[in-house]
Design a protein around this ligand. Sequence first.
Ligand SMILES: Cc1ncc(COP(=O)(O)O)c(C=O)c1O
Length: 377
Amino acid sequence: MHAGLTPEYLDNLKVYQAGKPIDELVREKGLTRVSKLASNENPLGPSPFAIKEMTKELWETHRYPDMHAYKLKNKLCELYNLKPENIVLGNGSEGIMGYVARAILQPANEVLTSDNTFIGFYILARSAGATIKTVPLTSDYRYDVKALAENITHKTKVIYIANPNNPTGTYINKKEFDYLMSYVPDDVLVILDEAYFEFAKGREDYPDSMDYRYDNVLTLRTFSKAYGLSGIRVGYGFGHQDLISYLNRVKLPFEPNLIGQVGAVGALEDRFHLKSTITNNLRRYDELISYLDEKNFNPIKSVTNFVMFKTGSEEASQHLFNKLLDEGVIIRPLKANEMPEYVRVSIGKKDEMMHFYEAMDKILPAYDKKFGRPSNN
Ligand SMILES: Cc1ncc(COP(=O)(O)O)c(C=O)c1O
């Protein structure tokens, strides 16, 4: 390729690192029992209802999908009391972040966000040449709204907030959201990435962005997490109709695909599956926190389907990750999130969590001799 063919700002852009796929681990280690606790997916799988709808639709895959996704938008309008003009759909919520990068960001712009958050948006913003400006998390691992407010400048075009945040599992509360919004100028777009909304919405002080409906807030949600449809890539965004109109201009016409559209409708209609997902998550969460507490890992309290804890060093995180892989358990070391001394475990089904506990019990005696626990744990 000829040097200079691509813009310079892509030269240092790193490719997103996903959780290790199960097949890869099976291939590499010849294991039969594998538990993937690395990508915050729904361990109960997709809703049976969604599967039925998607299976039926396979016979129609010689046709292009409805580019206006009439049925899916209608369903979302019904649920959230919206008009279709307020909804944008994409290949996962990351697809919609890509539209923001294309429609809004330019090389002169800054995206303001926090350290140690979901890096998918950093990558997309950088692909548009924008600069990422971050502020540190608070000492209790939350977005620091005061620091964000102080760092808004004339260059700030977008403020990105994952609420709850990945990988910390923490959230900004209503008071903090109000505080931040009181400093955000009208011409700055706030992206509220609520990928884990369904897990957090029960908290009284959690600010559900749909209760506010600011003109300069884009709410992003996804079918990848609580709805168990990561593999078919459907995300949705809610916002002011003018904003949505611009996002739709840069969108590929047939996203989300045919199967994705019907699977998403099926998932929204299956309230039982969603409820079972939340119930399993809450039960397994309590057990996971007790286990990690008992082992003195001092886990960070989370309102999501994953838990982060401190190992104290990159070496310890990598050791734990590798030894767990040998036992068939995939977790996530957090170097890519610039937290190399932490790891994250997604909440699985009971048998998957048992697998994790058994593997940890086996690994920890040698691990403890080598690494112990961080002194400030
Ligand atoms: C905070 C956050 N936003 C967005 C995503 C991506 O979601 P989607 O599958 O809808 O692109 C993730 C996935 O891990 C996430 O953690």
